[in-house]
Design a protein around this ligand. Structure first.
Ligand SMILES: Cc1cc2nc3c(=O)[nH]c(=O)nc-3n(C[C@H](O)[C@H](O)[C@H](O)COP(=O)(O)OP(=O)(O)OC[C@H]3O[C@@H](n4cnc5c(N)ncnc54)[C@H](O)[C@@H]3O)c2cc1C
Length: 310
């Protein structure tokens, strides 16, 4: 136990909601794997988040912020410390501006799901986010991961972000101060300067409702064809190496269907590691190492995980 009784009392006092103690994180992830968080708190406002970040930082308590857990592998022993995530009040979408030239600026709270935002976009005739149709996860997680598909990603539509950290409080970061790379946002910071994304401003375009809807359903259909349908997973497990695809390399090494305990390289898409029902984080990590080793031996290319670890 990392959080003493006294600190538990302190945490209880500064949150508006119940603190969940020793709460299994498996249901909070798309992998369905992972042990408990010592404390789990759903945060409903930026002021509450600031109070909590101050508390954990001042008491040197380990903490982590998660979104919808769709890119996350939680260890079997769980997390000794406090895990935060956004609640319902942190999922709003607000139209900021419709320009005469067709540009549309939208502010989205980081807890909003990409699916909900896409529905909003269809209703409001906004195009530009269709590449994300079918990507699970929150807008904050998508910004942090620079999530993308079909040759587009979040960095192409993000105009600004609001972030919170213990060291710098609330900051508005304009596009020029945001460095995105392949599946990552590079300015998150470390330690007491580590930033949590609270909202994202997107620049979209005026479009035709039926066209936007069709693009979304086409993209979702393409995914359904190429991705595991039943088994739980965290999307593409490895990052694609430059000018190649991790899936192609893993398949070329003959690893589709390779298993380690309850974890398996998907038979449908080789870059998906799936939980066949009983996988532990240990199984997934062992399989990850086996795949990395064999691919490197066969191709000379080292794969790095896209999935984040807790
Ligand atoms: C079936 C499936 C298909 C997928 N397809 C794609 C795809 O096509 N393209 C793609 O890019 N991804 C894909 N993913 C991966 C995943 O959906 C995305 O990376 C998504 O954007 C992660 O969002 P999340 O809210 O689930 O983040 P989480 O998994 O909860 O977190 C990911 C990381 O972001 C951090 N984080 C989350 N929210 C915040 C925040 N507000 N502030 C600071 N840090 C934060 C977490 O600490 C963690 O390090 C897929 C996943 C699945 C399961």
């Amino acid at each position: 136990m990392i959080i003493s009784q006294k600190l538990r009392e302190g945490l209880r006092h500064i949150t508006e909601r119940e603190v969940l103690w020793n709460c299994s994180l498996a249901p909070y992830t798309s992998f369905g794997i992972g042990g408990p968080a010592e404390a789990l708190i759903e945060v409903e406002s930026i002021a509450e988040l600031q109070r909590l970040i101050c508390f954990v930082s001042e008491h040197d308590l380990p903490w982590r912020f998660i979104g919808r857990g769709s890119n996350l592998l939680v260890g079997d022993d769980g997390f000794g410390g406090v895990v935060f995530l956004f609640g319902k009040n942190m999922s709003g979408v607000k139209l900021l501006e419709r320009s005469m030239t067709g540009g549309i600026r939208v502010r989205v709270s980081a807890g909003c799901s990409l699916a909900r935002l896409l529905n909003w976009c269809v209703e409001h005739d906004c195009e530009g986010l269709e590449f994300a149709a079918g990507i699970p996860g929150s807008v904050g997680g998508a910004a942090l991961m620079n999530a993308g598909a079909f040759g587009e990603d979040m960095s192409g539509i993000i105009e600004a972000m609001e972030v919170v950290s213990f060291a710098n409080g609330v900051e508005e970061l304009p596009r020029q101060q945001l460095d995105f790379d392949y599946r990552c946002w590079s300015n998150q910071g470390l330690g007491k300067a580590k930033r949590i994304v609270t909202s994202v401003d997107l620049i979209l375009r005026r479009g035709e409702k039926t066209v936007i809807r069709k693009r979304c359903s086409d993209n979702t259909a393409k995914r359904k064809k190429n991705q595991p349908k039943i088994e739980k997973n965290a999307g593409s497990f490895f990052k694609n190496p430059p000018d190649d695809s991790a899936g192609r390399l893993i398949e070329a090494s003959g690893l589709k269907g390779m298993r380690c305990g309850g974890a398996m390289v998907s038979l449908i898409h080789a870059n998906f590691i799936v939980n066949t029902g009983t996988a532990t984080a240990k199984d997934v990590c062992r399989l990850m190492k086996m795949v990395t080793k064999k691919v490197e031996k066969d191709s000379g290319i080292r794969l790095f995980p896209e999935v984040h670890f807790l």
